[in-house]
Ligand binder design. Sequence first.
Ligand code: COA
Length: 255
Amino acid sequence: MTDQVTITQADGVLEILWNRPDKKNALSQAMYAKAADALLAASEDKSVRVVLLGSTGDAFTSGNDLSDFAAANASGSSEPRQSSRFIDTIIAFDKPIVAAVPGLAVGVGTTMLLHCDLVYVAKDAKLTVPFVNLALSPEAASSITLPARIGYVRAFAMFALGEALTGEQAANTGFANAALPATEVLPAARAAAKALAQRPVGAVMATKKLMRNAEALTERANTEVKIFSERLRSAEAAEAFTAFREKRPPDFSKV
Ligand code: COA
């Protein structure tokens, strides 16, 4: 089976690429686990100065694999463990992360970007957080980070109405550093990562630590997980996941 997360390292930059293009890079539990392990190891490894998070194919990621959500709903369990572990790890990660987003980013695909330090997106990328469409609620501390980044009403429209942010809008609202033609996104992110890797890493890490309140974000993410897990077990969510599997719009009037 192809490696669904490819990890390489050169010149102080650890590259983590989502690599499941046939499923728009939907994130399975194994993919979260591998990325979390790579981040934890990178934090301890002096030879890693910067992490680049990107993807193969035309999408960044379509978010959590919905079949895992459906399984959690059917079994009555809470949010799958590896996704929570990945989120906790990226929130607490102490070295700089540069993101390359060539196209679609859905759900955690967008909320993880709010824990990256430099973000390059394709002009026609589509960033969404359609938690309410799936009868779910915000995760990864995005109930704090998204309104802080783009303002409350815009964030609420993204969460509750499923409105998208295009790459251009992401750059204009301060969500991303630049919106570029899709083919230029990964090269731009690589160039930025290389430049960062040449900076004094201690000073870069101190700046990141001062600019983000990782403890408060972790606390919010933990609160969100409890609510998210309840939502995941709900009849509303069961209808949303069944509708996705059956390739039809959900009908929440029955639940
Ligand atoms: N989980 C599992 N499978 C997914 C997926 C996800 N999050 N996103 C896409 N896929 C699968 C599709 O089921 C399809 O599989 P198939 O070829 O076996 O039928 C394949 O990836 C391609 O997706 P498709 O829907 O045909 O592509 P598209 O370009 O028309 O639409 C999306 C792409 C991402 C807009 C659409 O697939 C979608 O809405 N996915 C769900 C996203 C989501 O809700 N994520 C969770 C957020 S919390």
